[in-house]
Each structure stands twice: as C-alpha cells, then as structure tokens.
Design a protein. Structure first.
Length: 238
C-alpha cells in the first residue's frame, strides 16, 4: 500500500513537470501521512509544509510542528486569523457553517499561491471515508491537484501512520477540521469513523450491513446529498 502510493505521487509530479509538492500541515493524522509519503516519493527538500492557523487551537500548531520536526520538513507559517476576521467584518451576516467554510477556502487560496510561485503541486489530504460522504469543504480542502490517500479508509490511514512512525499524539488525537472550538469530525458527522468505514466497505463489497439501519441510511443520505462535491461544476451543453 505504501509503496504504491509513493510511486503514484512520484509519477504525478513527473507527469506535470512540477518541481515539488506543497500541502497544509494541520496537526492531524491525514496531513501527517500525506507529508511523510510525499517526502518518500520526491525527497524532503522538494516538499513544503504550510502551517495555516485561522483562529485555531494552539495544540494543532504544536502537533503540526512535531510532525514537521520528525520529517525534517521545510515549513512556513501564514497566520490567516486577521485576514479571516477582517473578511467577516465586510461580509453580511451568515450561518456558522458559511463562516466556518471560509477557513479551508482561505487556506487553499494560500496553498495555490505558493504552488504557483514555486511550480509545485497542491496535495490534498482527504481520505476515502471523508470524500465518500462529502465531509470536506467544496473548493476548500476538497480542492487540490492530487489526493494521495483518497483510496484509503480512515482505519487504513491510521495503520499507515503507525508504519510511517508518525508521532503517537497525532495518531491518537480526535480527528478535527478545526472549524470551531471543540469541533470534532465524528461529532459533526454524527457517526464514528469505525462505523463509517465498516458501512462504506460493506456497501462497496455489496455485503450485509452490521450497523443499525438508521446509521446505514444516514451514510446513504450523506453520499447522495454530496454528489455535487465530487462531480465538479455542472455544465450547460448547448
């Protein structure tokens, strides 16, 4: 699994004529794994990790720095807190979700700024579990040039993180997109990654579900309502 992804990353960079990879290092397990795989694929000197706090939990930055130190990554910090706060001041009031989704979109804008500057590819860090049910921000963390772990369920990402010797505090922490204080992925989705992985795998293999029917139906609804996120912009054919 690791060798296949590393080889795939290397081919993607070569095929596009890019000089390297840039990614956002959030302090979470997914970005840590993608960073480690990218280093193995094209060399640490060709990977740039950006710390992009945006009114974020300070522990996330500490964890991100822990990963960067472990991997000996080139890093740069771009604090988006003031930009985000100022943008909200000139925008009309909206829901918490609308305001929260600005954060990953601002981060992706910065990632592409550096990608254009350096002729790097932007690597996304979404996994199969999240992408399958649309648990990502459209044109935010869902916008990238490559998605190295998009074929892996969260359980597989955790196993790979251990193989790559990602720091234990990063592996064991509760997954969070850091959209607001106290936010966790599982709390927001209303389902654990263990349950989600099992349901998705059984759907994929067309085998009998073991989870309660309400959980299975929930996942099916999430998949159905997020089709537009995975399909790209609709085009009017004339």
């Amino acid at each position: 699994m690791k060798a296949k992804i590393v080889s795939w990353i290397r081919r993607q960079v070569k095929a596009t004529g890019a000089k390297g990879i840039v990614l956002g290092l959030s302090g979470g397990i997914d970005s840590a794994v993608v960073a480690a795989l990218s280093c193995q694929a094209i060399g640490t000197k060709n990977v740039l990790a950006l710390f992009l706090p945006c009114n974020s939990n300070r522990q996330d930055l500490k964890d991100a720095k822990l990963v960067a130190k472990k991997l000996k990554l080139k890093t740069r910090i771009v604090d988006l807190s003031k930009v985000y706060n100022n943008l909200l001041r000139v925008l009309p009031g909206a829901s918490d979700l609308a305001k929260s989704n600005l954060k990953p979109r601002l981060r992706m804008a910065v990632l592409y700024y550096f990608a254009n500057k350096l002729n790097y590819l932007v690597s996304g860090t979404g996994n199969k579990s999240e992408l399958s049910v649309g648990y990502f921000t459209k044109f935010g963390d869902g916008g990238a040039d490559i998605l190295p772990i998009a074929g892996l369920f969260k359980k597989q990402v955790r196993a790979l993180a251990k193989e790559l010797k990602i720091p234990e505090p990063v592996i064991s922490k509760a997954p969070t997109a850091g959209l607001w204080h106290g936010q966790t992925d599982e709390g927001e989705m209303g389902i654990t990654y263990s349950e989600l992985d099992d349901i998705l795998k059984r759907m994929e293999n067309n085998t009998k579900q073991a989870a309660p029917l309400n959980k299975v139906n929930k996942v099916k609804r999430m998949i159905k309502t997020s089709v537009h996120k995975r399909s790209g912009a609709a085009v009017c054919r004339v």
